[in-house]
Design a binder for this molecule. Structure first.
Ligand code: AKG
Ligand code: FE2
Length: 232
């Protein structure tokens, strides 16, 4: 299925959420066809999420209770990768992309505050292409969901109420900003500032309180990853 997928010209629209750190909100980053394809290929492949420990070993952790899987390259995945590369200005080659990662949360599951950039040198070696320079978090599907937003506790919530379509405007001011899981939309941000991890990009996947959420990470490294860590 989808072996003959014709990659459409992108249909998204964007809004700058924050200039520093750079955070861009993307409406309709993926199409409905792409979303259902991602659902289909990740189903049955999801396993308890792991995170890298200080030594670089992938471990189960109570701070990340979702299920996840890396996605094999196929025409739909490649189409989304190309869109993410074009969004970032074409100069970053595909070899800087980690395999796309689908993440599924059931009720009560969450990802505690973390940064996508690494502190541990073992995670930023040249075979991994250095650190993660940028992240897209894409909301692929959210069925009958409450909770499950992406919270950036160190960013300011927006003032204009037109953001309330995609931001939780009921959250307290000192909780930062929480993007709601609106299917097919995405949040893009730069993790590094002057080549160093930017703490202000701290974020969490809040617990899903009802329904379920399927998300997807698109991570770009500073440099090419070794072929063994890529999906292309
Ligand atoms: O689930 C979310 O809203 C965010 C997930 C996340 O930050 C991650 O997988 O690194
Ligand atoms: Fe994250």
């Amino acid at each position: 299925s989808n072996t003959n997928y014709t990659c459409p010209h992108h249909l998204y629209s964007v809004q700058i959420f924050s200039e520093d750190p750079l955070v861009i909100y993307i409406h309709e980053f993926i199409t409905a066809v792409e979303a259902s394809h991602l659902q289909k290929v990740s189903e049955g492949q999801l396993e308890s999420s792991r995170i890298a420990d200080q030594t670089g070993k992938q471990q189960l952790a109570t701070t990340r209770t979702s299920k996840s899987t890396s996605l094999e390259s196929d025409p739909v995945v490649q189409c989304i990768e190309n869109r993410a590369l074009a969004f970032q200005g074409y100069d970053i080659p595909r070899t800087h992309l980690e395999p796309l990662q689908a993440v599924q949360y059931g009720i009560g599951e969450n990802y505690r505050p973390h940064t996508d950039w690494f502190e541990a040198a073992s995670q930023t070696t040249s075979e991994f292409g250095g650190n993660r320079m940028s992240s897209f978090f894409v909301y692929v599907a959210a069925e009958d969901i409450t909770g499950g937003g992406t919270q950036f506790p160190l960013l300011d919530a927006p003032k204009d109420e037109r953001w309330c379509g995609v931001v939780n405007c009921d959250a307290a001011w000192d909780e930062g900003v929480t993007f709601r899981p609106v299917p097919r939309n995405a949040v893009f941000w730069k993790n590094l500032k002057g080549g160093k991890g930017d703490r202000r990009t701290l974020h969490a996947g809040l617990p899903v309180t009802s329904g379920s959420k399927l998300g997807m990470n698109i991570w770009t490294r500073e440099r090419p990853l070794d072929a063994k860590y890529r999906s292309d």
